[in-house]
Design a protein around this ligand. Sequence first.
Ligand code: PMV
Length: 320
Amino acid sequence: MPAIRATAPGKIILFGEHAVVYGRPALAVPVTQVQARAVVMAAPGLATGEVRLEAPDIGLQAALAELPAQHPLVVAIQGVVEELGVKRLPACRIRLTSTIPIASGLGSGAAAAVALIRAVSTFLGRPLPPEKVSALAYEVEKIHHGTPSGIDNTVIAYGQPVYFVRSQPLQRLRVPVPFTLVIGDSGIPSPTAATVADVRQAWQRDPQRYEVLFDAIGAVAQQARQQLEGGQPSELGTLMNENHRLLQELGVSSAELDTLVEAACQAGALGAKLSGGGRGGNMIALVTEQTASAVAQALQAAGARQTLITTVQETAGVDC
Ligand code: PMV
């Protein structure tokens, strides 16, 4: 039996992070230059039902049975086994690799889960549809994030731009006019669970103030959708700046992220904001083809450990 391969892209949140946990809309797009890849190979030489897992990026090499039941990769694999109603996996080797930086807002955990779920379900002869892949990856996201909104597993499982509202059916985000972003990695790992928990505490202390901020972020996301779908992505810059200011007020920016946002704008970006959980991880800047490399260079000079230039457009993705 040939090896089964499956991949999943990274993602970036354009607008609405944090407020999306509280039911406001958010916009996210896949980033296809980086990806997670899972390969499953039948291993008749192993004992019946033995599954060997290898994930070199996180230094993991183990038998599935040796790992704790709540290990994210175990939850992903078990999810497929239960969903398909099979007793167990046939003896196999699974290798998971990824070019997505970990804990930096590019959806590394969700992409690993999606790639793994796709590969394992295909290996079992019954590839799961995107809504099932997304639902199983959501269970893995809970381990990473505690109370995730579900935006990461959704945009990654569908592989196309999304307008996302928690617990509502997925809406595709139209991008009739492509646009370019520079993604700057602050190089500071920042677990999303921590910033989400901090925002929750702050919200519990002062719900009125935070509800107002969430509403304002939701309104920005709504306007951004209109601009984007109306074919005016260059108008997004001002909205990005506004979203960043609101995220600062939420307390999830940092001196390093603010420095990167400022450097991008000074180098000619139309707008910039942190993206994802905040405190570290990534920021994004809206650029034109002409300004992209100057902005990327300015970000590196201002301390970005890595930059990525990506064009956002409608992708074939999977129908929703
Ligand atoms: O840090 P990321 O890119 O995985 O994004 C998290 C987005 C939050 O809104 C902060 C949390 C969530 O579950 O939506």
